[in-house]
Design a protein around this ligand. Structure first.
Ligand SMILES: *Cc1c(COP(=O)(O)O)cnc(C)c1O
Length: 418
């Protein structure tokens, strides 16, 4: 539960909205359980669709598109992204192609994307990583040129906007995650937004046809949500997050430490009324929580900008009016060696330092086989990002004194490499 920051508590790796005891009551009536409608009004869209995870939302979207264009079977995702995205594509029986990133932004390398797009392409998946708004327009144009759809991965960007519009609404389909650590949480959950009403109906139909109810899964998620609500506290974080993290680090297993080791099979089930009611109550506090996070991030970006050699990632400069959200601050270090040294010094210290993902997709032992090999492409930018990025939590539990402490360690590692 939300308690004041304790100096020695464990800071969670991202700023998740803490639940309150009063969120956990049983639902009263109809509107009290219609999370889809509440999220539609929060996002400023006509309708949303609730699924049991961001991954499940992507599975449903791809299933709908596949039905509309059965001759298309290729999906293009950034080479540096959440491995669950790769699992969703393969789950749908589709071929996974990875696209390199740009040198200085996390957007897809458009020249590489153009080489990958063809008449077999079903969808392109531009991604708003770490709350940063990425440039969807260029990817959208590549997709349109070959008759493919665009699915915006806004899993980490609920609340991010471009002007008055939510991210996820520029492409054909967008999805958000309601997993632990992604802002608003139902422990696991996902949201689909679909611009075109015909495509929206197709997504609802795909879900109705392929997602079973499975009460057992919903019961399990309900208990997990209850545990999360009770233990999301600096004092308990050490047990839920810190201990498993340090165990993985002692093994030298950075992929587990980053939370990248997922079960290869994707649970698909319906989200029950109680979890939806919890989500609706918490959602009422989300705007204020995000505003507080933005203000904190603003101060901290300025502090880090004063450290020579570190780049704080901002929203894509080519998106006018972009206003992302700040679950973390993404930082690029001068070299892979300085990044690794910083992680060795501070990853296990409980200050909320982590990496978005441990590797580029083809470089995970666990996931390499999912990716269609491209012998002539080197993915050098994606690998460079994977080797130099860190994420520092923007949780309010990382207080100013500990943040300053982190900044000094960061500066030491950057100077050493300079
Ligand atoms: C977490 C995440 C997903 C998957 O969302 P889940 O709700 O965890 O299934 C997809 N893409 C990105 C970029 C993510 O961070």
């Amino acid at each position: 539960m939300s308690r004041k920051s304790e100096h020695h508590g464990e800071v969670p790796p991202t700023a998740g909205l803490p639940l309150r005891r009063k969120d956990l009551g049983l639902p009263i009536g109809g509107a009290d359980t219609n999370l889809a409608a509440s999220l539609a009004s929060f996002l400023g869209v006509e309708a949303t669709q609730i699924e049991c995870s961001g991954t499940a939302a992507l599975v449903v979207a791809l299933t709908a598109l596949k039905r509309l264009a059965p001759e298309r079977d290729e999906v293009i995702v950034p080479a540096y992204t959440c491995p669950l995205v790769a699992l969703a594509v393969v789950h749908c029986g589709l071929k996974l192609y990875v696209c390199d990133l740009q040198v200085d932004t996390l957007d897809m390398d458009i020249a590489h994307l153009r080489r990958l797009c063809n008449s077999h392409t079903l969808a392109v998946v531009p991604t708003h990583l770490g709350g940063r708004v990425s440039d969807v327009t260029a990817a959208l144009a590549c997709a349109r040129d070959v008759g493919a759809w665009t699915i915006e991965d806004a899993a980490q960007a609920l609340g991010a906007r471009v002007g008055a519009d939510s991210v996820g609404t520029l492409g054909d389909i967008g999805f958000f995650s309601l997993a632990v650590g992604k802002g608003l949480s139902l422990f696991e959950g996902g949201v689909l937004v679909v611009r075109d009403p015909v495509l929206r109906k197709a997504c609802l139909q795909a879900s109705a046809d392929t997602v079973p109810r499975r009460i057992g899964w919903e019961l399990r998620r309900s208990l997990e949500l209850l545990g999360y609500a009770l233990l999301y506290d600096p004092a308990w974080m050490r047990w839920v997050y810190g201990r498993p993290l340090r165990k993985a680090l002692r093994r030298g297993d950075w992929s587990s430490a980053a939370g990248d080791e997922f079960d290869l099979s994707i649970p698909l089930h319906r989200v029950g009324r109680w979890r939806q009611a919890v989500g609706i109550r918490a959602l009422s506090r989300l705007p204020a929580f995000l505003a507080q996070g933005t203000a904190q991030a603003q101060r901290r970006r300025e502090r880090i900008a004063g450290i020579v050699g570190v780049q704080v990632l901002e929203d894509s400069a080519s998106v006018p009016g972009a206003a992302g959200v700040w679950p973390v601050l993404l930082l690029r270090l001068p070299t892979g060696a300085s990044r690794d040294a910083l992680l060795n010094a501070s990853w296990g210290s409980g200050c909320g330092l982590s990496v978005p993902f441990a590797r580029a997709l083809p470089d995970y032992e666990r996931y390499a086989h999912l990716v269609v090999p491209q012998p002539d492409e080197n993915l050098s930018n994606a690998r460079d990002w994977a080797s130099r990025l860190v994420a520092i939590s923007n949780s309010p539990w990382l207080d100013d004194a500990r943040f300053e402490n982190f900044c000094r360690t960061l500066a030491e590692h950057c100077e050493r490499s300079g």
